[in-house]
Design a protein around this ligand. Structure first.
Ligand code: MF3
Ligand code: CO
Length: 237
């Protein structure tokens, strides 16, 4: 899982240099697909329940599961990149929302708060805590800052499958849920909307957009529960 996570992180970092105004999201996918292969992995998403692409590219009001296309990025856009990799029997999964050039102040706050919420959630992923301590930390930070957490998509256990038990919601009551044990591996992934939490799925069956058309951000890491601090397997640094 550590190796799968390393590949995810490498591809994410490499994409950062390619994300710029004028680039098509399908060019990002081609780049990522090639890099995953060079590093010895395989996309975890392509063919998963019929998903047609190697990564997800979700622009502006797209919350998650945006399908790479000939859409070109514009200055001021945001793009959430979600990458899942399979390597020798195990999975890694991460997402990061990038600004395209300069973005407006509220958008930049949305990105900052969502990433902070992810790390506050990860801080709670320690042995002895309860699962919804993670959820509660994420929700509290997001709502305190005037944004909303998506309900219809959640984080998940991960390991020999991309999606395992338990579901990891981004909202919940502290002190509730299963007890966290050392070695549990979770994909924690807040999806945060600037406006309403409500989403709808487009006719392609995948693309999830905000009901109100306002923007959405998504940050995700694959982590291992440990006694004092979780180990992040998809660390970008
Ligand atoms: N990171 C997302 C998840 O864990 C991406 C899934 S995309 C899919 O659910 F294509 F694989 F469904
Ligand atoms: Co995930």
């Amino acid at each position: 899982m550590a190796k799968a996570g390393e590949i995810v992180a490498d591809v994410m970092k490499s994409l950062q240099g390619v994300i710029t105004a004028g680039v098509m999201t399908k060019e990002l996918e081609q780049f990522a697909d090639e890099r995953i292969r060079v590093l010895g992995g395989k996309s975890a998403f392509k063919g998963y329940r019929g998903y047609p692409s190697s990564i997800c590219t979700s622009v502006n009001e797209v919350v998650v599961h945006g399908i790479p296309s000939s859409r070109k990025l514009k200055e001021g856009d945001i793009i959430s990149i979600d990458i899942g990799v399979y390597y020798e029997g195990f999975f890694g999964d991460a997402a990061y929302t990038f600004p395209v050039g300069a973005v407006d102040p509220n958008t930049s706050k949305l990105l900052r708060v969502t990433e902070e919420a992810l790390f506050l959630g990860i801080d709670m992923a320690v042995e002895g805590n309860r699962l919804y301590d993670i959820s509660h930390a994420i929700q509290g930070h997001v709502e305190k800052n005037g944004f909303s957490v998506v309900r219809t998509f959640v984080g998940h256990g991960i390991g020999r499958q991309l999606h395992e038990e338990p579901q990891v919601p981004n909202f919940g009551i502290a002190g509730q849920g299963p007890r966290l044990r050392q070695g549990m591996t979770l994909a924690i992934e807040p999806m945060v909307n600037a406006g309403t939490f409500e989403v709808r799925v487009l006719d392609d069956g995948w693309t999830a957009v905000t009901q109100d058309g306002r923007r959405s951000a998504h940050f995700e890491h694959t982590v291992v529960v440990m006694p004092n601090a979780a180990r992040i397997l998809t660390n970008l640094s």
